[in-house]
Design a binder for this molecule. Structure first.
Ligand code: HEC
Length: 215
């Protein structure tokens, strides 16, 4: 049929329903198949969607963003020049927003589950205050992230990440110090006064006090 025929094909004359409003009457035509098909498809979809994304295993928009950010960060890594694995690099990352962002993306994807999205702590310690359990100098961030503290529940990241990536994580985490997380976990460990550079010279075993005091 080429024209729009709204009559029931099996009966010659359409039968109007017996109500009337302002002189308007209507037929009781069957809905077209494509229409009912779309109708039921939207209902089924609206049930499957929350089952997968809300109650099920589907990723949240935040998780999808984080994994996209990580993929982008890992792609950016290839564009970074070589970086020395030392204290100076870790401390200087604080003034390199581009590299901090890469560290942040990796942190959000892998570390936030235990340390909080803003580093405020959870299962793991608060990384935003000036107290640390294992950190005496900036290089300790690198060592701890790389090897973990397996007995205490901090996983080692060397199997997953290259030294460059761990360096970026160390730089990001070192520079979380002094930031204000939304839900800070109470301090654990020893308090370290002063900025990272004073921290380095006063606490780092890399600059032994004994050498400068021996005659
Ligand atoms: C499964 C939970 C978990 C994950 C995931 C995790 N951590 Fe930890 N992290 C811990 C725990 C627990 C400690 C405390 C270890 C201790 O008591 O010595 C810790 C300690 C640390 C410390 C030392 C803090 C201090 O005060 O001495 C740093 C730095 C750190 N984590 C960074 C990271 C980074 C970076 C990542 C992601 C690449 C990460 N962590 C992922 C649980 C975790």
């Amino acid at each position: 049929m080429s024209n729009h025929d709204h009559t029931n094909p099996s009966s010659a004359e359409p039968i109007p329903l017996d109500h009337e409003v302002d002189g308007i009457r209507e037929y009781d035509n069957a809905l077209p198949g494509w229409w009912t098909g779309i109708f039921w498809a939207t209902i089924i979809y609206s049930m499957l969607y929350p089952m997968y994304y809300h109650w099920g295993v589907g990723p949240s928009v935040h998780a999808e963003l984080d994994s996209d950010m990580t993929a982008a960060a890992e792609a950016q890594l290839a564009t970074l020049g070589p970086m020395a694995v030392d204290e100076a690099t870790i401390v200087s990352l604080g003034s390199d927003p581009k590299k901090l962002l890469i560290g942040r993306a990796m942190f959000r994807t892998n570390c936030a589950v235990c340390h909080g999205a803003n580093g405020g702590g959870g299962v793991g310690p608060n990384l935003c205050d000036s107290t640390y359990i294992n950190i005496k100098a900036p290089m300790d961030f690198f060592t701890i992230i790389r090897a973990g503290v397996v007995a205490k529940g901090m996983p080692p990241w060397s199997p997953r990440y290259s030294d460059t990536q761990i360096l970026l994580l160390a730089g990001y985490v070192a520079n979380l110090r002094g930031t204000t997380p939304s839900t800070p976990k109470p301090a654990q460990g020893d308090k370290h006064p002063g900025a990272w550079n004073t921290f380095v010279s006063s606490a780092s075993p890399a600059v032994p006090a004994a050498e400068s005091t021996t005659p």
